[in-house]
Design a binder for this molecule. Structure first.
Ligand SMILES: Nc1ncnc2c1ncn2[C@@H]1O[C@H](COP(=O)(O)OP(=O)(O)OP(=O)(O)O)[C@@H](O)[C@H]1O
Length: 259
């Protein structure tokens, strides 16, 4: 099933063309790593797909034109983790995660289903031990995990996550990759913008590389992450190998001749 379909999507910010004709389909079961250099247009692509930015082209969510879908209904289809990790309200962690249920709630309190989904998100992100603390006093990585839990509590078929591993220690980075891989295996879709090519190579089922607002590669990690492409697009030399369980990719040095 196609969860999201972008066709010839173009977006300009200010006078600057940022997305220059993006076409892609996201199917249930995919864990897509959206990769590319700083300023390539990754956040813009995620925000445009959510309907937060205007542009030209076609955006379909579960086969329906986004213009015909209300914001509330869209939130039933797509959960979003923004790049900003700022938490403005001094509410408890548990309350903040419960905000993820907002699109599902009518007047009245949390349903048994709401409580079960919130609890699962809290357990999955391992934030149980600070669930009663104020969210604004947490460390950067703890805040990131709480905000991911809020997105998981939305319980949408598609999750768009903008640099979700930033600020997480190796344990929590890998745990998060496992959670996203599990969500995909459960039949959801995940698109995560990422700069850690090693994590992307190892855990994503598909990588989409963008550069200067265009898709320059789309396919399996093995197909996308070649040394030559990393040299051309990022201007780095890399170590690339395949071991049991997947690829190992480690950028080694800048290649000033390539950039
Ligand atoms: N409001 C804006 N007005 C003009 N240009 C903008 C605006 N917001 C972003 N841009 C530009 O759009 C381009 C793409 O930005 P975007 O945040 O989508 O990149 P990105 O791939 O997510 O980058 P990063 O990896 O650094 O987060 C950048 O060149 C950026 O400077």
């Amino acid at each position: 099933m196609t969860l999201l379909s972008l066709s010839s999507l173009k977006v300009s910010l200010g006078q600057r063309p940022v997305l220059k004709g993006i076409t892609l389909d996201v199917a249930a079961g995919e864990f897509i790593g959206l990769i590319g250099p700083n300023g390539a247009g990754k956040s813009t692509l995620l925000r445009a797909a959510l309907g937060l930015l205007r542009g030209s082209g076609d955006i379909r969510i579960a086969g329906r034109d986004t213009k015909a879908i209300s914001a509330r209904e869209r939130a039933h289809h797509i959960a979003y983790l923004p790049q900003e990790r700022e938490i403005a309200w001094p509410v408890s962690v548990e309350t903040l995660v419960a905000f993820g249920r907002a699109p599902h709630r009518s007047l009245g309190g949390l349903s048994a289903q709401d409580i079960a989904v919130i609890e699962q998100a809290i357990q999955r992100m391992e934030i149980d031990e600070f669930r009663h603390r104020s969210a604004i006093e947490l460390s950067g990585g703890e805040k990131a995990r709480v905000l991911i839990a809020r997105a998981l509590a939305q319980d949408a078929p598609l999750l768009l996550a903008d640099e979700p591993t930033v600020g997480l220690d190796p344990w929590h980075q890998i745990t998060l990759m496992r959670i996203f891989a599990d969500l995909a295996r459960e039949g959801r879709g995940v698109i995560a913008s990422m700069h850690d090519l090693g994590l992307a190579a190892r855990w994503c089922t598909r990588l989409i590389m963008i550069d200067h607002g265009m898709i320059v590669a789309d396919g399996s990690p093995e197909a996308v992450l070649t040394a030559e492409r990393l040299r051309q697009v990022y201007g780095v030399t890399s170590f690339i190998d395949t071991i049991a369980g997947g690829m190992v990719v480690q950028p080694l040095d800048v290649d000033r001749k390539a950039h």
